[in-house]
Design a binder for this molecule. Structure first.
Ligand SMILES: [Zn+2]
Length: 226
């Protein structure tokens, strides 16, 4: 069972990664991560939210489920040791390293509609995560569509549950270079919306880039069983 904060560093070297890409602030990213590969997201400048969706790469109806993940680990925060569970009860990925210590899966992704309701009517025209998810899904094609955009993870985002059960968007606990790393337990399609939000502190009111790295199993001998 994952505790509230479980800091764990990875021994994998960035030099051995088979894939590295910087996702600019406000932009989407989509790619398949194969079973056994390791997948790291780096908060390059700190205090940035990476809204992320995961799917069984062979069946998009089997996708990340916040409800099943929370129930399986009996904790609402995601950190080292968390198994990310799909709606079909499969383990998509396991978090194997985490230098931030807290990731949210309750707050959802920002949308033009929620920006308007939460902040002001003119915020409707600001770019939002949901649009980035739709853009990535359309570009990907292969049957993936708007209807597949369900519960997501907000890596590096600090959404605190109060003793009364309320949700509050707090200042981030992440910092420059902090990262979260996962092992894919099956072939997984990942979509990231590098959140463009400017109306709450999830990005420190200043969206910044994140970096994505992927390692093959065994690409860093002696360190793959972290
Ligand atoms: Zn967002």
């Amino acid at each position: 069972m994952a505790t509230k904060t479980q800091l764990e560093e990875s021994r994998r070297s960035a030099k051995r990664a088979v894939y590295r890409e910087v996702v600019p602030a406000g932009e989407p990213w989509i790619r398949v991560i194969h079973r056994g590969q390791f997948f790291r997201i780096v908060d390059l400048e700190g205090n940035q939210a990476a809204d992320t969706l995961f799917y069984n790469a062979h069946d998009y109806s089997d996708r990340y489920s916040a409800q099943d993940t929370i129930r399986a680990q009996q904790n609402v925060y995601l950190t080292t040791g968390t198994r990310l569970i799909s709606s079909g009860g499969n383990v998509l990925l396991t978090i194997v390293a985490d230098t931030c210590g807290r990731h949210d899966t309750l707050g959802g992704a920002c949308a033009t509609e929620s920006n308007m309701v939460r902040y002001a009517i003119e915020k409707r025209y600001m770019h939002a995560c949901r649009q980035s998810f739709v853009k990535a899904a359309i570009q990907w094609g292969r049957g993936l569509s708007k209807r597949d955009l369900t519960s997501n993870i907000n890596f590096f985002m600090n959404v605190v549950v109060t003793p009364e059960g309320g949700l509050t968007f707090e200042d981030g606990v992440s910092g420059p270079g902090k990262y979260v790393e996962m092992r894919a337990e099956m072939d997984v399609l990942a979509i990231i919306s590098n959140c463009p939000q400017l109306n709450n502190p999830c990005n420190g009111y200043n969206p910044t880039p994140v970096e994505v790295l992927i390692w093959d199993p065994g690409s860093n001998p002696g360190a793959d069983d972290v």
